[in-house]
Design a protein around this ligand. Structure first.
Ligand code: GTP
Ligand code: MG
Length: 149
């Protein structure tokens, strides 16, 4: 079953968007398998954002994401990686469609509310980084028979 790592960034927490992000994924029919609030240590963020090391926004990005608690979660379901990215909207909220999370709450790239894994490979890497195996829950999602054909 496909999984993705979704994170409400510190600005999303401050803006009171946590409940809406959860609600959007839940009502769509996806299954929540892990959830926690955490103020990420710098080493974790360095690893999470390793692909951006050396870019001009890298240090500000680590400061931003480390500035307060984030809400980290793992969601499961068919095509969750790509559908999740669509639900988040474009990286730059100014280019995000209204109706997406960033398109409804954000204005600038440096405060774009949420993170979502960009591939199944990234998702696996990020889930392993943010969660221990015993923090991922197995539970029967009984509504699935009404969500999938
Ligand atoms: P994430 O889901 O957060 O990973 O966003 P993304 O995959 O759409 O974008 P990407 O991985 O390229 O960049 C990661 C994060 O770095 C973005 O979400 C922004 O918070 C930040 N970022 C990327 N590019 C810029 C930029 O040009 N300026 C600033 N200030 N921040 C940037
Ligand atoms: Mg990314």
């Amino acid at each position: 079953n496909e999984r993705t790592f979704i994170m409400v960034k510190p600005d999303g927490v401050q803006r009171g968007v946590v409940g809406d992000v959860l609600h959007r994924f839940e009502r769509r029919g996806y299954k929540l398998v892990a959830l926690k609030m955490i103020q990420a240590p710098k080493v974790l963020l360095e690893s999470h954002y390793a692909e951006h090391k050396g870019k001009k926004f890298y240090e500000p990005l680590l400061t931003y994401i480390g500035s307060g608690p984030v809400v980290a979660m793992v969601w499961e379901g068919l095509n969750i990686v790509s559908v999740g990215r669509k639900m988040l909207g474009a990286t730059d909220p100014a280019k995000s469609e209204p109706g997406t999370i960033r398109g409804d709450y954000g204005i600038v790239t440096g405060r774009n509310i949420v993170h979502g894994s960009d591939s199944e490979t990234s998702a696996q890497r990020e889930i392993d980084l943010w969660f221990r195996p015993d923090e991922i829950n197995q539970w029967p999602h009984t509504a699935e028979k009404w969500i999938y054909e």
